[in-house]
Design a protein around this ligand. Structure first.
Ligand code: SF4
Length: 273
C-alpha cells in the first residue's frame, strides 16, 4: 500500500464532545483534561525512565540543554571518571570539560560534586537513593530541594517517577497547557504551579494518575499545544479551552467532529520518552 494511503487509513474517528464547558471550574477542566488526554495518548504504567541517580544528575545537566547534548554530557562524564566516587573526586576543570555540551558547565560541575557529596554522606557512600521511597514525601522533597541546582521540578520528577510519591512535576509544557485551557491562572509561575495544580488534582488522583497527567500534558505541550502556533485543529481539548474560545470562538460541532480521537503515531511520529 502506498505510504500516503496507509497514513490516511490510520487516522482515528472523531472525539466525542467533551462533558465540560468553557465556563467550567478549574477543577472540572483539570479533570476533563486528564480524562481526555488519558484516552488520546493512552494510559501509561508508572515506570521510571532511568535509574534514580541518573534522573537526579541528568536533570541538573538538562537545564536549557537539548536531550542529545545532556545525554552526551552524562555519557562523557561517566566514561571519563568511571563512577560516582570518580566524578566526585575529579578535578573540577576536568568535570567542566567532560560536560561541556551543557549550557553552563562551569556552574553545573561544582553543583554536581556538591550533590554527590550530600548523597554520599546520606547513603554511607553507596549512592543508593532508595531510602527516599520510605521517607515521608515532604521530608524527601525538602532534602532534595535543599541541594544546589535541584528545584521543585527535578525533585518531583525523581520522587514521582522513581518512588511513586504523589507529587506533580510541572515544566514549561504542562504550565502552558494548563494556563491556555484555563485551569491555572495567567500569573501563576511554573514554580508556584506545582502546589496549585497538585491541590486541584489530589485527591482523587494518586501517584499513577499524577504520573499520567504529567506525561500527557508534557506531550501535549510538546507535540500539539506549541508555544507558537498551537495545532488547535488536532487538539481534543478545544471544547473547553479558554485560549481556543478567545481566538476562534466556541468550537463548532464540525470542528469537534473533525478532531482525531487518539495520537496517530504512524502519521505524526512516535512520542518521546
Ligand atoms: S485548543 Fe489549542 S490552545 Fe487549547 S490546549 Fe488545544 S492546542 Fe492548546
Amino acid at each position: 500500500m502506498p505510504g500516503n494511503l496507509r497514513r490516511r487509513a490510520t487516522v482515528q474517528p472523531a472525539m466525542p464532545v467533551p462533558a465540560v464547558s468553557y465556563a467550567a471550574s478549574p477543577a472540572e477542566k483539570a479533570f476533563a483534561d486528564h480524562e481526555i488526554l488519558d484516552r488520546f495518548y493512552g494510559h501509561l504504567p508508572p515506570v521510571a525512565r532511568r535509574t534514580p541517580m541518573r534522573e537526579l544528575i541528568s536533570t541538573v545537566l538538562s537545564h536549557r540543554t537539548t536531550h542529545a547534548d545532556e545525554e552526551l554530557a552524562y555519557d562523557r562524564m561517566l566514561e571519563a571518571f568511571g563512577d560516582w566516587p570518580g566524578v566526585l573526586g575529579a578535578p573540577v576543570d576536568d568535570l567542566i570539560y567532560a560536560i561541556r555540551t551543557t549550557r553552563w558547565p562551569a556552574t553545573q560541575a561544582p553543583r554536581i560534586q556538591e550533590i554527590l557529596r550530600r548523597v554520599r554522606a546520606e547513603t554511607n557512600g553507596s549512592f543508593d537513593l532508595d531510602f527516599l521511597a520510605s521517607w515521608p514525601t515532604e521530608r524527601a522533597m525538602t532534602w532534595l530541594t535543599d541541594m544546589p541546582g535541584i528545584g521543585l521540578k527535578t525533585a518531583s520528577l525523581l520522587l514521582l517517577f522513581s518512588y511513586h510519591h504523589p507529587v506533580l512535576p510541572v515544566d514549561a509544557h504542562v504550565h502552558r497547557v494548563a494556563q491556555r485551557v484555563g485551569f491555572l491562572g495567567p500569573k501563576v509561575s511554573v514554580e508556584k504551579a506545582h502546589a496549585v495544580l497538585l491541590a486541584l488534582l489530589r485527591p482523587p488522583l494518586d501517584a499513577e494518575g499524577l504520573f499520567n497527567f504529567h506525561k500527557h500534558n508534557y506531550w501535549h505541550g510538546q507535540q500539539i499545544c506549541f508555544f507558537l502556533h498551537p495545532n488547535c485543529p488536532r487538539c481534543p481539548l478545544k471544547g473547553f479551552c479558554q485560549y481556543y474560545q478567545e481566538h476562534f470562538g466556541e468550537a463548532t460541532p464540525e470542528a469537534l467532529a473533525a478532531t482525531p480521537a487518539a495520537w496517530d503515531a504512524a502519521a505524526w511520529g512516535k512520542l518521546p520518552h
